[in-house]
Design a protein around this ligand. Structure first.
Ligand code: IPE
Length: 264
C-alpha cells in the first residue's frame, strides 16, 4: 500500500550548524535521491526542514526567539528579514535538488502563511494535503509574525511536523531525520557507549544535552515531545539517521529499520 510520509530534515543534518550558511549539499542530494525513489514508487511525501546555520546563528545573536526588544529593535527587524531570506535560500537548495531528480515541488514559507509560535500557531495546514502524489510540498522552521508586543518569533519545523501530521488524516509515517545519531540515544550521542533506544514511550527518561550555543529552538527534547504527541494519532513515528536515508525505504518496505520508533 502506498504511504503518505512527512519527513523532517533536521537543520543540523542539512547544514553545518556552527558555520554560517554552510549547506551540506551531498547530504541534501542523497536525501533527495531517496525521496525521489519513494515518490517514483507511488508514495507521497511532505517535507519540513530545519534551519541549522541558516537560522539559528543570527536568531540567537539578535534574540529573535524572545520577540522585539526596544533597545535593539532596529537591528532585530533587519535580522528578521535576513533570516527569512536565508531560509528561502536554504529551501531553494532542497527544491532544486528534487527538481534535478525530476520531482516537482511547491514551497510554503511560514513567514507568509503562519502566525505565532508553538504547536498552536495560526495557519491552515490542510493545503499540504491538496497536491497530487507526485508533487512534494515543502515548508520549514522560520521567523513568523506574532500577535501583540513580541511582533515576531521562531516557529520550529518540529511544531509544523506536529500540526501537519495530526491534521492531515492520511499521513501514515512521520519521520524525523537526525544529523548526529541513529535515533534517540540513552545518553547524548557524543558520549562514548551511548546506545540506541529502539522503542521510546512518551515519559520515559533519556539523558539529553541541549546545544543552546547553536540552537534557539528546543533540540531533541522538543522533537521528542512533538513526536510523542504525533504518535497518539500516527502509527509510524520514527527518529532515523539522515546520513543513511535508504533507511526510509527500508522502513516503508519492511516495517522496520535502524532507528527509534516513538509510541504513545
Ligand atoms: C528553526 O527551525 C527556525 C529558525 C531558527 C529560523 P527548526 O527548529 O526546525 O530548525 P533546526 O532543525 O533545529 O535547525
Amino acid at each position: 500500500m502506498a504511504a503518505k510520509v512527512i519527513v523532517k530534515l533536521g537543520g543540523g543534518l542539512i547544514t553545518d550548524k556552527s558555520s554560517i550558511k554552510t549547506p551540506k549539499l551531498d547530504i541534501i542530494d542523497s536525501i533527495c535521491d531517496e525521496i525521489s525513489n519513494l515518490v517514483s514508487s507511488g508514495n507521497s511525501v511532505i517535507i519540513v526542514h530545519g534551519a541549522g546555520s541558516y537560522g539559528h546563528l543570527l536568531a540567537r545573536k539578535w534574540s529573535l526567539s524572545h520577540g522585539l526588544k526596544k533597545n535593539i529593535s532596529e537591528q532585530q527587524r533587519k535580522a528578521v528579514e535576513i533570516v527569512r531570506n536565508d531560509m528561502k535560500e536554504l529551501s531553494g537548495l532542497v527544491s532544486k535538488s528534487l527538481s534535478d531528480r525530476g520531482i516537482e515541488t511547491t514551497t510554503f514559507p511560514p513567514s507568509e502563511w503562519a502566525k505565532n509560535t508553538g504547536d498552536s500557531f495560526k495557519g491552515d495546514v490542510s493545503v499540504f494535503d491538496s497536491f497530487p502524489d507526485n508533487v512534494v510540498p515543502i515548508t520549514y522552521g522560520d521567523v513568523v509574525n506574532v500577535d501583540g508586543k513580541p511582533e515576531f518569533g521562531i516557529l520550529s519545523g518540529d511544531d509544523l511536523m506536529a500540526r501537519i501530521s495530526i491534521e492531515i488524516p492520511s499521513v501514515t509515517h512521520c519521520v524525523f531525520l537526525l544529523g548526529d545519531a541513529d535515533g534517540m540515544m540513552d545518553r547524548p550521542p557524543n558520549l562514548e557507549g551511548s546506545k540506541l533506544i529502539e522503542l521510546w514511550k512518551s515519559g520515559e527518561f533519556v539523558q539529553t544535552e541541549h546545544d543552546s550555543e547553536h540552537d534557539v529552538t528546543g533540540g531533541i527534547e522538543l522533537k521528542a515531545e512533538r513526536a510523542s504527541l504525533i504518535s497518539e494519532k500516527v502509527e509510524e513515528v520514527w527518529f532515523i539517521n539522515g546520513n543513511f536515508p535508504e533507511r526510509l525505504s527500508e522502513l516503508l518496505s519492511s516495517g522496520t529499520t535502524i532507528g527509534t520508533k516513538i509510541v504513545s
